[in-house]
Structure formats: C-alpha cells, structure tokens
Design a protein around this ligand. Structure first.
Ligand SMILES: Cc1cc2nc3c(=O)[nH]c(=O)nc-3n(C[C@H](O)[C@H](O)[C@H](O)COP(=O)(O)OP(=O)(O)OC[C@H]3O[C@@H](n4cnc5c(N)ncnc54)[C@H](O)[C@@H]3O)c2cc1C
Length: 308
C-alpha cells in the first residue's frame, strides 16, 4: 500500500518537473556518518519554483518533508524514511563576490567559500575551513569554531517562508546564538541565499590562518573516520569533551560506534556501525556524564526519523 502510494507520488512529481528524483535512495550516501536507511523519495530540487511545487504537493498529500544539507550534522535512523528528502545541494551553488560583500546560495560548501574568499583577500570565513557543511546547514546551526561563528559575518538571510514567499531577514531577525538560529524553531523556513560582509586583509595572512586551523583539526580530530563533528554542545560549566574524558569514556564502543580515542566529543563510525549503535552510544555517554557529574550534555547532532 505504502509502496503504491509512493509510486504515485514519484510519477506525479516527475510530471511536475521539479528536479532529479530518486526512489529508495540510501541516506548513508548523503550523511558524513555513513549511516541511515533509504528515503522513499529524494529530490535534487532544480529551482525555487520547483521547491514551492514540492512543498504544495507534500501539504496536499500530507507527506513528510525534510531539507538535507551535506548531512554533516545528522543522524538518520536505520529505518525507511517514508517521506520526501529535498536536497538543494546540486542546483543552489551560485555565489558572487562584490568588494567585501559575498552572496552565496544555500548549497555552497562552507569550505569552498572560505578558500575562494581567502584567494581574493577576504577575511572572516577562516573558521569555516574545516566544516564540511553547506551555507544552508551552517546558518541553521550557526556553525562555528575557534570563537567565531557564521552569524559574525552575516548581514541578511533570504528564506522561503511557510507561505512560500521569499523574504529577506536581517541578522537580528535570525536570533542567532551558540549553535542556534531561529530556523531551529521555524521548521518550515528554508534558507535560499545568505549575504555576508567580510573584512579585507592580506591573502597570505588569511591563508596562513586557514592552514593553521587545518593543522589543528588534523592533529586533534578523527578526520579520517565517518562522524558528525562534535556530538554534544559545550555546557556553560565547561567543555563536553572533558566531562566525557573524566567519565572514562574515551574509546568506549557500542557495536561499530566508538567515542573517538583522539577527541572524546566525537563519536565515530568504525566502518560497520548502524545508526542505532551511534544513537545508543550518544545516549549512554549522556547518561554516564549525568550520573557522575549531574550535567546534562545536550546533543548538537540532529536525530531524524527515530520516532515510530
Ligand atoms: C568532521 C566534521 C567537523 C565538524 N566541525 C564543525 C565545527 O567545527 N563547527 C560546527 O559548528 N560544526 C561542525 N561540524 C558539524 C556540521 O558540519 C555543521 O553543523 C554544519 O553546519 C551542518 O551543515 P550541513 O549542510 O551538513 O547540514 P545538515 O547536517 O544536512 O543539516 C543540519 C540541519 O540544517 C537544516 N538545513 C540544511 N540546509 C537547510 C536549508 N537550506 N534551509 C533550512 N534548513 C536547512 C537541516 O534540515 C538540518 O536540520 C562538523 C562535522 C564534521 C563531520
């Protein structure tokens, strides 16, 4: 029954010409954890009007819809995602640099943009040099590192709102905080484009900082294992990694998931982890830290498709 329903949705969406449509697409191909069951329908959306048409279709047929970026902060469950995943990664990759003003669509890679801006002497994105997400996911999370975050350089964010209108919001209207933006509460808003204001600096100074950051990441993070970066937000009382370390959990394993021996706020997939292994390990770590220190570590990773 479900299969037949999705067969019809697939045919209808194909007729609507909304982009490249894949059926039963394994989500492990689209996440940096390399786990996740299949999505019934996965669409590489071709433009804004197509996005509107998909949303209208989903509303009419009560189909679940989820916007994916580079999947570098997501933990999908192992089961089938009975809905539509929309990806803006392939057709929303334009950016322009005009003086010190940079405009980038949501599908632009943060790493690529950091290096392109460095080449022309624009500073402000150096912290992004090792964050493997896109601008859309970066704004959603207010991604950051080394005391910098995306909101420090954002001027405006253009979104598609719940009424399917494109609206440009100021930085203040985005309510940015530590790994927080208003998008985490306005689930129907989709980032389309972001305007940044950067500073001009010497190219060599910017590239030296990018290189230094890269070296630091390579030496302190398990960059060669599938993961989603830091698993927990830092609590106000201190660093998440320190609590995990002090709880004796560095290197702890459940199935193929392991608290990284290199950085204890990273949980890595040793190559054969299921999403459930990773999920169970995250909550085990949370429970032990809570029991030992009375601190509730809050996951930074987003859990998708875990409810029955
Ligand atoms: C090795 C590694 C290192 C990392 N280091 C850091 C770090 O230093 N700092 C840091 O902050 N993060 C880090 N991360 C985590 C991750 O890269 C960031 O959270 C990033 O911002 C996620 O972007 P994404 O495109 O992968 O989004 P996804 O993980 O695909 O999605 C994250 C959320 O954003 C939403 N989203 C995506 N695109 C849009 C859009 N266009 N409109 C509305 N919502 C959207 C999704 O629905 C989802 O809820 C790291 C991850 C890895 C794997």
């Amino acid at each position: 029954m479900n299969k037949l329903k999705f067969e019809k949705y697939y045919e209808d969406l194909k007729a609507l010409d909304v982009g490249d449509i894949l059926q039963d697409e394994p989500l492990y191909k689209h996440t940096t954890y390399k786990v996740g069951g299949p999505a019934k329908i996965f669409i590489k959306v071709k433009d804004i009007q197509a996005l509107r048409n998909i949303i209208k279709y989903c509303r009419k047929h009560r189909i679940r819809l989820f916007v994916i970026g580079r999947g570098s902060n997501l933990l999908f469950s192992d089961k089938s995602f009975d809905g539509i995943i929309v990806s803006l990664n392939d057709y929303f990759k334009q950016y322009t640099i005009n003086g010190n003003v940079v405009k980038a669509q949501c599908g632009v890679s943060m790493i690529k943009l950091a290096y392109e801006c460095a080449k022309v002497g624009l500073s402000g994105f150096e912290f992004m040099g090792g964050i493997p997400g896109n601008i859309g996911g970066g704004v959603y999370m207010n991604a950051g590192a080394y005391k910098s975050q995306l909101s420090h350089v954002i001027k405006k964010v253009t979104i598609l709102n719940e009424h399917l209108e494109t609206v440009t919001l100021t930085k203040e209207q985005m309510h940015f905080g530590y790994r927080y933006s208003i998008l985490q509460d306005q689930k129907k808003w989709i980032v389309l484009e972001v305007e940044f204001e950067l500073e001009t600096k010497d190219v060599s100074e910017i590239t030296a900082l990018l290189d230094k950051r890269k070296e630091r990441r390579m030496s302190s993070q398990p960059w060669n294992f599938p993961c989603a970066g830091s698993v927990f937000r830092n609590p106000v009382e201190g660093s998440a990694w320190k609590y995990i370390d002090d709880a004796g959990l560095r290197g702890y394993e459940i199935g193929g998931a392991q608290v990284s021996p290199k950085h204890s706020n990273f949980i890595v997939n040793n190559g054969y982890a299921s999403a459930k292994d990773i999920h169970d390990l995250i909550f085990y770590v949370q429970q032990i830290v809570q029991e030992q220190f009375g601190i509730t570590l809050k996951p930074e990773v987003c859990f998708i498709n875990w409810q029955d």
